[in-house]
Design a protein around this ligand. Structure first.
Ligand code: ADP
Ligand code: 5GP
Length: 182
């Protein structure tokens, strides 16, 4: 299992997009109660659930972890993780800092990777540039970024996403997916 965390807007999704074309990788599709964004596909980016549906899954024990992030619920599903790992694939999880540290505390084996922006100014530029958040949500995400950044020391590796290609290559190597090695 490879866990990817980092402040909102640092480029996690962009990096992950480049890794999931590899057939040895299975991306963990989380469940969330957040509203769907333009261009997102249910079942591919997330399973978009109502709060009631999400709570029912919690009761069933369907999640290895779940957390409230920016007022919405997000959870990692257990069944696809077990299937991918049994099949020898890399299970790639994008998860917030609380979720990653929860899994680490549970002793969940994996490579814990923190993606950092080159600077906070650049992080703000990227978030504004993405244009998917209201000014209020954007402000919350930027505030939280500073707290999350402090937690980077609890990860196995910190990858700075300045040059995208270099950052992707670094994560690929950490996941044991070097070119030509299978
Ligand atoms: P996250 O998933 O961490 O919230 P995204 O992957 O959505 O972040 O990236 C936020 C924005 O920054 C997007 O518009 C993306 O195109 C841009 N971006 C990502 N990586 C880089 C990079 N290395 N250089 C410049 N812009 C980037
Ligand atoms: P976004 O709404 O921008 O897609 O994601 C918001 C935050 O939720 C990000 O920090 C992302 O890593 C986190 N997240 C996504 N899926 C999960 C999950 O399954 N569990 C937890 N704990 N956090 C998640």
């Amino acid at each position: 299992m490879v866990l990817i965390s980092g402040p909102s807007g640092c480029g996690k999704s962009t990096i992950i997009q480049q890794l999931i074309s590899d057939e040895r990788v299975e991306f963990s599709v989380s469940a969330t109660t957040r509203p769907i964004r333009d261009g997102e596909v249910s079942g591919k980016d997330y399973y978009f659930l109502t709060t009631k549906e999400f709570r029912a899954k919690v009761e069933e024990g369907a999640f290895i972890e779940y957390a409230e992030v920016y007022g919405n619920l997000y959870g990692t599903l257990r069944a696809p993780m077990e299937e991918a790992i049994a099949g020898g694939r890399v299970f790639l999880v994008e998860i917030d800092v609380q979720g990653a540290l929860q899994l680490r505390a549970l002793g969940e084996p994996g490579v814990y990777v923190f993606i950092a922006p080159p600077s906070f100014d650049e992080l703000k530029r990227r978030l504004v540039g993405r244009g998917t958040e209201s000014p209020e949500v954007l402000e919350r995400r930027l505030k939280k970024a500073e707290d999350e950044y402090r937690e980077r020391v609890k990860y196995d590796h910190v990858v700075i996403n300045d040059d995208l290609e270099r950052a992707v290559e670094e994560v690929r190597n950490l996941a044991g997916l070097q070119e030509g090695v299978s």
